[in-house]
Design a protein around this ligand. Sequence first.
Ligand code: SAM
Length: 216
Amino acid sequence: MIPDADPLPIAIVGCGPGAPEYLTAAGQDAIRSAAVLVGSAQLLALHAAAGQARVVFGSDVAETLAQIERHRRRHAVAVLVSGDPGLCSLARPVLRRFGRASCRVIPGVSAVQAAFAAVGVDWLDAAIVDAHHALPEADIEALSDRQKIAVLGGHREALAWIVRLGARLGDAYTPVVCEDLTLPGERVRILAPGSSVQGPLASRTIVLFLGKELLT
Ligand SMILES: C[S@@+](CC[C@H](N)C(=O)[O-])C[C@H]1O[C@@H](n2cnc3c(N)ncnc32)[C@H](O)[C@@H]1O
């Protein structure tokens, strides 16, 4: 019996915040060289070419990992994630399951970078809070001494948490609501310091709370 060849490394590609021009050339190369693409329906629609097999990632991580396992023995696989793989993405379970040596991570432009770029503020000392799938575990009190806070706020329930955070921070902070960054419907709203963030928000939303001196 001929033993299986070593599987190719799995490319984990950060596809940027949405607009195709924010996908890096390295990311494009990795996507082009793959026979099987794994990702959300949205990312696959945007980046898959004819002839590439597609594995749609919904929310069943275990099933998606099993599909990657099946394909990687015979095909080059690329896992597409939005933004940068290092921030709340499928990269973590893929790396945990297959190991770093079996993966190649290609960085992307994060929506957090895009949000700070939209207001021209650096993010060296920013606190980043994930409220994408669930309510954040972050302690509102502990955040109140940070001058730059970015909340990934796609989840509907996150809005109530964002409102509470805003109320605690008060008028020393300017809320900035960044929806659908880089996409045709992009909306960046700089609210008056201390004002409450009103919904509904796009499912792709980052809310920044910035010490108000940062925007003067
Ligand atoms: C699963 S996380 C993925 C984050 C991604 N890995 C990154 O680095 O941007 C999804 C969250 O990212 C944010 N997001 C992604 N794309 C966005 C966009 N174009 N505009 C605003 N926020 C976005 C939203 O907070 C959304 O709930």
